[in-house]
Design a protein around this ligand. Structure first.
Ligand code: IVH
Length: 681
């Protein structure tokens, strides 16, 4: 078989396997492989498609990884307006809806009860079974074309199966699961960016991102609940959705056919409790008349259909006492106020703390000490205070004002024009900022110095051994060996952490290994505000040396992809600070990579002319570092196993497909140790 034929066969296999795992992950929520293995399969497919572009299929799952940058979203008119639903907050109104409907039709119709997903409405257009357009609701008449971003959502089929009409629309809700929402906010917190208040806001913001690769990264999801078209041959809404499921759409299973008010109310009651165990937010129940003929008979008002109504759950709230306000200082110096409350039961959990977000929100609430406050658990994961009960305030209760000085180091706080957060500017001497920065510096995606987690940084900090990143590179065996400290871990347990012989050796070795971490990650490791992993990469690609970056003007920085005014200003301010420059110089002396691709490729190394595929996870080096080592020693790192592959460098959990293929082709598998031995490392 030629390599082209090999690739064609493998691409077909990969498309099938990836689609199979997509279905398991999204439709059945029973994934069989880890996200990492999934990414590996995807990487292999991308590599093959890049090598053989003519083999890239229109409906290839690689379209899901994004890459398109949309500067301005095109505004498109909706063929059928996207209406809203009339809302009801009590059962009386549901009863009125049922009565009104039955009076109007002169009979008792069937109803469909569905979950009301709390996300962003989307309309998907399919032509001859292919997804051709995705449009947001906009003002109901015209919305934004967000197709490139929507294509990255793995549960939305790019190509349908079965017997579907030539042209139709299907509408639904795009949302972020609780898990993906928390992960996103955690990343934003690490980068010193403002947090999304709830999954709905995060989903809406994500759908309007210009870079679809970033959209793909955030893992939006979608439920579909409304099929529309001129050539649909269905009698009922329920039937239309069941059939749409066979075409490949993700249609919720949680829907019920009801025949009277009691059955509808039962559905509403059941989900009132159950909804808290869903992995995403719903804010109510939608009740729709099932028959399309009856829907047509009932018609529409200017804003909403007469054949449907939304019952909205009230956000659960409780009253409690405000005991005090704490202020937490993050790695970037951002100060977050947190309310300490008298413990209260709310939506099944005891609440003791509530986020107050920032000074503006505190001011709006007009908080006084010992105030009775209303806490709410709505779309947000962390409960929030929605109001203070002024009538219950004692006359002499002092008002709580946002602090003026840092609670950790007493430095005067400042607030940048147009920003909600207050910052402590003492970044080099404020303990939580220093510790946060050190933790970021050694983290896996930054310098990847393993072994320093779990309180060891704290220990080194307390002993005065490490106060800034460059101090890691001066640590000696005799400084570390024997140090010990008791600490309280995240799960509240007492643990002892220390430096025994082997740990000390490993850590010192890992510090040495970090000297080969590429420049883009050194840049990320510095922890400059708003400079996350992707931005650091783009900056390092555009300006591949620290010296040039330090001298770059604001306008030069603005020219870089992904760098807007906020990031350019942040980079400028960072390099204007002499403490930062001094620290960078110390890192340079320690031997860190201050230029991109500085490692010279050797033309006559031991791996000269060899193609090596990397798969799995490794103990000593990251995959990126192994790739560099291969290139540094004259070899080439390729993504897919083919007849041209010389070795498969196999770590733990290597992709089963890669292993099988290597076996078939008789390719030698190397362990990390064997590989390092070959290079004499
Ligand atoms: S049906 C003609 N079904 O709620 C109305 N909408 O206020 C068609 N929503 O814009 C909408 N879950 O974004 C329908 N199961 C569901 C829904 C749902 C959430 C949203 C949708 C709509 C809004 C109406």
């Amino acid at each position: 078989m030629s390599s082209f034929e090999h690739a064609a066969k493998r691409i077909e296999e990969l498309v099938k396997v990836i689609n199979y795992h997509n279905r398991l992950y999204y439709d059945e929520a029973t994934p069989e492989i880890s996200d990492y293995d999934y990414d590996m399969l995807m990487e292999e497919l991308i590599a093959l498609e890049t090598e053989f572009p003519s083999l890239r299929r229109n409906d290839s799952p690689t379209q899901r990884v994004g890459g398109t940058v949309t500067k301005v979203f095109e505004v498109v008119s909706h063929q059928y307006p996207m209406l809203s639903l009339s809302n009801s907050y009590n059962e009386m109104e549901v009863a009125e809806f049922v009565n009104r409907t039955e009076r109007s039709l002169g009979l008792k119709p069937e109803y469909v009860c569905e979950l009301k997903f709390d996300g962003v409405a989307i309309s998907l257009h399919y032509e001859k079974g292919l997804l051709v357009r995705a449009v947001t609701r906009g003002d109901g008449t015209r919305g934004d074309d967000v197709t490139a971003n929507v294509r990255t959502i793995r549960s939305i089929p790019l190509r349908l199966k079965g017997d579907f009409p030539d042209y139709f629309e299907i509408r639904g809700e795009i949302y972020l699961s609780h898990q993906n929402f928390s992960a996103l906010n955690l990343q934003r917190e690490e980068k010193g960016m403002s947090l999304f208040a709830n999954p709905r806001n995060a989903a809406a913001g994500t759908l309007k991102l210009q870079d679809s690769a970033e959209v793909a990264h955030r893992r939006l999801d979608c439920w579909l609940y409304h099929l529309i078209g001129d050539t649909l041959n269905f009698e009922s809404h329920y039937e239309s959705l069941q059939t749409a499921r066979t075409w490949g759409f993700r249609i919720p299973h949680q829907m019920a056919l009801c025949h009277n008010e009691d059955e509808i109310l039962e559905f509403i009651h059941d989900w009132k409790k159950e909804r808290t165990s869903l992995p995403y937010d719903i804010d109510g129940i939608v009740i729709k008349v099932n028959s399309f003929a009856y829907q047509q008979q009932l018609g529409y008002t200017a804003k909403s259909p007469r054949w449907a109504i939304a019952y909205k759950y009230k956000a659960e709230e409780a009253r409690t006492k405000l005991l005090s306000v704490d202020y937490q200082v993050g790695r970037t110096g951002a100060v977050t106020p947190v309310a300490n409350l008298e413990p209260v039961l709310l939506a099944g959990t005891i609440v003791k703390r509530a986020s107050l977000h920032n000074a503006d929100i505190m001011e709006q609430l007009d908080l006084h000490l010992n105030d009775t406050v209303v806490v709410e658990k709505g779309g947000e994961i962390i409960p929030k205070i929605t109001k203070t009960v002024v009538e219950l305030r004692s006359v002499d209760a002092p008002r709580i004002l946002f602090i003026k000085r840092c609670p950790e180091c007493d430095t005067l706080l400042f607030r940048q024009e147009g920003e909600a957060a207050h910052y402590c500017p003492n970044s080099y001497h404020c303990p939580p900022q220093i510790k946060g920065k050190l933790e970021h510096f050694i983290s896996r995606k930054a310098m990847n110095i393993e072994g320093l987690g779990e309180g060891r940084i704290e220990l080194l900090f307390d002993k005065g051994l490490v106060r800034k990143p460059s101090d890691f590179y001066h640590l000696k065996y005799e400084n570390l060996f024997g140090l010990e400290k008791e600490f309280i871990s995240e799960d509240g347990k007492r643990r002892v952490v220390g430096f025994r012989e082997k740990t000390t050796e490993n850590i010192l070795n890992n510090i040495k290994l970090s000297l080969s971490v590429p420049f883009e990650r050194v840049l990320f490791a510095l922890g400059i505000r708003f400079v996350g992993e992707t931005v650091a990469k783009k900056v390092a690609e555009a300006i591949p040396s620290m010296d040039r970056l330090m001298d770059a003007t604001y306008d030069e920085l603005l020219m870089i992809d992904e760098v807007g005014e906020k990031i350019a200003a942040s980079l400028g301010a960072y390099f204007d600070d002499t403490d930062n420059i001094k620290m960078i110089e110390e890192l340079r002396v320690a031997g860190l990579q201050m230029e991109q691709n500085q490692i010279k490729k050797s033309a006559d190394g031991p791996l000269q002319g060899m193609n090596i595929v990397i798969s799995g996870t490794f103990e000593k080096y990251t995959r990126e570092e192994l790739k560099q080592l291969i290139e540094q020693h004259g070899g080439k790192n390729t993504s897919s196993v083919s007849a041209k592959t010389n070795y498969l460098l196999a770590g733990a959990n290597i992709g089963p497909a890669k292993r099988q293929r290597a076996n078939e082709l008789g390719i030698t598998l190397l362990t990390e140790t064997e590989f390092l031995d070959m290079l004499d490392i």
